[in-house]
Design a protein around this ligand. Structure first.
Ligand code: ACM
Ligand code: ZN
Length: 474
């Protein structure tokens, strides 16, 4: 008889597994145990938010209502109540940063995070469960989840220079990042084809450099056609987006493109560029798109610009670019040549390093750390605190780590989403044809090339969305 009971129990357990609804979670949680029973959300449900997450109360309320159709009653505190959905921060939790547990039982729902962002990650899991196909609206399957990220840096870049995306579109983009538990939005705000951030001490950067078309300082490009095209974010807009992102657990790293990719700057303020007798072209065919690094006044200008950036972006890193600099321009410019001579440089990469060492000092003066594309490690030493974005390939990330820099892997061959996703699709092809499978195949830690200690310098991964191939927003 006992044997039969055991068999029936095994059978029922297996049925339970079959009956458990699919929760459609992405990324997949580290641990998940599900039961085939459900918690029915009461029509008068109470959401209890830890004091530490109170800034996200409106976000939590709105998303909850949208996904469940139920208007919750929200209170701030940490007292438990039956049938409630509770969000607690417990800094003593034994779980990696940004980790959380989610427990759904007959008594209610508890989301517990080691930090605010941990709680927000747990909330995103809950939202995904609400919208899973097999989950009935207004219910939550009984589940125990433990989850934490492998990397502390989970970023995504958006290029708003080549195409301009308005504030609401940027907020939507941030919502998608938060939904996938990504925590960094890398905002590529300036480039050859448009300067998108208001700088009060240099108003023409946006008034002139924010637009292109007939009669504008910038020529039409990337499908902008024969009409005035462009736009920019005021500092108030940016503060609003920064708060919006933080309420969702996303930090914003701003990027200023210097000293290359700067046609929007030199078109607005020609004196910033080099004086040359011959034009040379950048990789993307631009002329005059480089800051003169031998012009002393340019460092005061950069000091003011970086100060204004740091006044509106609280994030610890300031990205100062450094990719694809048309250094040949410096070879033609008397002021740049004078610095090379004075410093005894024989190579323009040394001049680039001279520039970035000065930029690092400015960034540090405003209590921020420097970040830049992988080219900035050439030509000499930089501060070991400077974080490198390895975009040209994995080997560039390895080189950066070997030089002692914290490094984010963002190889074009795997995580540039402007690459075509199939043979027949629009998009760049210079790095790869990048379909979903290929992106998933990317392993950010090249174990064979780095010691365990070195591997710790790989802070995480990032994707990038360059916008030359995107449709113009309507
Ligand atoms: C880059 O893709 N030029 C950073
Ligand atoms: Zn110069």
């Amino acid at each position: 008889m006992k044997k039969y009971i055991l068999l029936i129990a095994v059978f029922l357990t297996s049925l339970n597994v079959i009956q458990a609804q699919k929760l459609d979670l992405i990324p997949k949680p580290v641990k998940i145990e599900q039961q085939p029973r459900t918690f029915i959300i009461p029509a008068s449900v109470h959401l209890i938010l830890d004091e530490k997450v109170h800034k996200s109360a409106v976000f939590i309320n709105d998303k909850f209502l949208k996904n469940t159709g139920i208007t919750p009653k929200i209170s701030i505190g940490n007292k438990h109540k039956n049938n409630a959905i509770q969000f607690l921060v417990d800094e003593k939790m034994n779980i990696p940063n940004d980790g959380y547990t989610l427990s759904v039982t007959r008594k209610g729902v508890l989301v517990k995070g080691k930090s605010t962002n941990g709680v927000l990650n747990g909330f995103q899991t809950l939202l995904q469960i609400f919208s899973a196909k097999e989950v009935r609206r207004g219910t939550i399957p009984f589940v125990e989840i433990e989850d934490y990220p492998r990397f502390e840096w989970r970023g995504m870049m958006l290029d708003v220079s080549r195409q301009f995306f308005d504030k609401q579109t940027v907020k939507n983009y941030i919502d998608w990042l938060a939904a996938h538990k990504m925590n960094i939005f890398h905002w590529h705000l300036t480039d050859d084809n448009g300067w998108r951030i208001e700088i009060k001490s240099m108003p023409d950067l946006t008034l002139k450099g924010g637009f292109r078309g007939p009669g504008e300082v910038l020529l039409p490009s990337y499908g902008s056609g024969n009409k005035r095209y462009g736009g920019y974010y005021t500092q108030e807009d940016i503060k609003e987006v920064v708060s919006y992102a933080l309420e969702r657990g996303v930090s914003i790293m701003p990027e200023i493109e210097i000293p290359g990719h700067s046609r929007a700057v030199t078109a607005s303020y020609p004196e910033i560029g080099c004086v040359t007798s011959q034009e040379t072209k950048s990789v993307q065919g631009e002329v005059k798109n480089v800051w003169c690094v031998g012009r002393e006044e340019n460092y005061q200008i950069l000091d003011s610009i970086i100060r204004e950036f740091t006044e509106i972006f609280p994030f610890e890193y300031m990205h100062v670019a450094g990719d694809e600099v048309n250094r040949a321009t410096w070879g033609q410019c008397p002021k740049c040549q004078a610095v090379m001579k004075k410093e005894g440089y024989t190579d323009t990469f040394q001049l680039q390093n001279y520039f970035f060492r000065r930029i690092e000092k400015i960034v540090e003066k405003y209590d921020r750390k420097t970040a830049g594309w992988n080219e900035i490690i050439k030509g000499g030493e930089l501060s070991p605190k400077t974080q490198i974005f390895a975009w040209q390939g994995i080997s560039y990330g390895i080189e950066s780590v070997k030089k002692g820099h914290p490094t984010v892997m963002i190889p074009g061959q795997y995580t540039y989403f402007d690459m075509a996703q199939s043979e027949n699709e629009r998009g760049h092809r210079w790095a790869a044809i990048t379909d979903t499978k290929r992106v998933y195949s990317f392993e950010p830690i090249p174990e064979n090339d780095l010691s365990l200690e070195e591997q710790k310098l790989i802070k995480g991964v990032q994707g990038a969305l360059w916008s030359e191939y995107l449709d113009l927003p309507a």
